[in-house]
Design a protein. Structure first.
Length: 324
């Protein structure tokens, strides 16, 4: 397939932070409708570290992707792994002190002959939205502690936003690390004119829910006006906040499109956040019981919750990274 875009729209705001640790590619104001690669990276590690990490990953990925022909052929998963390995090497080289204390999240969209390849590491997010039908077709699942707690029914959807450990992530790209975090990837082929792809750092999401984002995109305004509204609504956010908004202008079908697989529907179906109809309560709805075994079932449920909480706490202590 051949995908045409309207002019991509970028956000790269400092927020109330002392410095800008987010990096985007292409840089703000540099993107054109011919670009096929878009990145949003949220750096961490404090001054002179977070911005170095995010910039290094953007540089590493973009420099090797420039050699790929995405118009006439698809990008394979093996090639993506090569790209990420090179980005890690670039990040390693940028860590001149060899401290390994800096890091960055990653969101990546690559439009190619086979559709769209979406990849992410950390809690920066990717959306595929269809305002014409009001559908969130895909939303990346955050690599974060609160996401894990939510998935196992320890907290509700709404509690994720106010949880005291909401800034703890379970995956990030860090330099000089024996175990490199892997990316979650999704292949998207159901792409139609009018669709939007939205990549954003978590700073964009401080006070914005999916339905509000959809309302903005469904509004009968230009993309420039939409991005200005997003900037206004997030102007008071404390964190750096960056994003890319990609509006699909046209999709031209080709004879060999059927050979390319898609796993977007599976990713959507298994994302509890997209199917949650009771966001004020946790997902751990107790199973139906008889009067004779209700006490046993309740005790069993309590034990399972305790075990899950302990496992998550140990995982957090062993491998979790704190965003600055």
């Amino acid at each position: 397939m051949k995908i045409q875009l309207y002019q991509p729209q970028a956000i790269n705001e400092q927020g109330k932070r002392a410095n800008q640790e987010d990096s985007i590619y292409p840089s703000a104001g540099a993107a054109t409708s011919d670009d096929r690669l878009f990145l949003v990276c949220d750096g961490m590690g404090g001054h002179s570290k977070g911005e170095v990490a995010s910039a290094a990953v953007c540089e590493g990925i973009s420099s090797i992707m420039e050699s790929f022909d995405t118009v006439d052929r698809a990008i394979t998963d093996n090639e993506l792994q090569q790209v990420l390995a090179y980005a890690y090497d670039t990040l390693d080289a940028a860590d001149v002190s060899m401290e390994g204390k800096m890091g960055t999240t990653l969101t990546m969209i690559c439009l190619h002959k086979g559709g769209c390849l979406a990849a992410h590491i950390g809690d920066s997010r990717i959306y595929h939205l269809r305002p014409a039908t009001g559908e969130v077709l895909y939303r990346s699942r955050d690599h974060s502690l609160v996401q894990q707690l939510y998935d196992v029914g320890q907290i509700s959807y709404n509690e994720m936003a106010i949880h005291p450990q909401k800034n703890i992530i379970t995956k990030a790209m860090q330099p000089n690390n024996d175990m490199r975090a892997t990316a979650t990837t999704v292949h998207i082929t159901d792409i139609r004119p009018g669709d939007y792809f939205y990549l954003c750092s978590d700073g964009m999401l401080e006070h914005m829910e999916d339905d509000e984002l959809m309302d903005i995109l469904a509004d009968d305004t230009t993309d420039e006006e939409k991005i200005r509204k997003l900037v206004r609504l997030t102007s008071g956010n404390a964190d750096n906040h960056s994003a890319y908004l990609l509006h699909v202008k046209d999709v031209e079908a080709e004879d060999d499109d059927s050979q390319y697989a898609s796993d977007e529907q599976e990713a959507r179906a298994t994302n509890k956040a997209l199917n949650d109809k009771h966001k004020d309560t946790a997902w751990d709805t107790p199973p139906a019981t008889t009067p004779d075994d209700s006490g046993k079932q309740q005790a069993k449920g309590t034990i399972v919750k305790i075990i899950l909480a302990a496992v998550l706490a140990l995982a957090a202590a062993a491998a979790i990274i704190f965003l600055s």
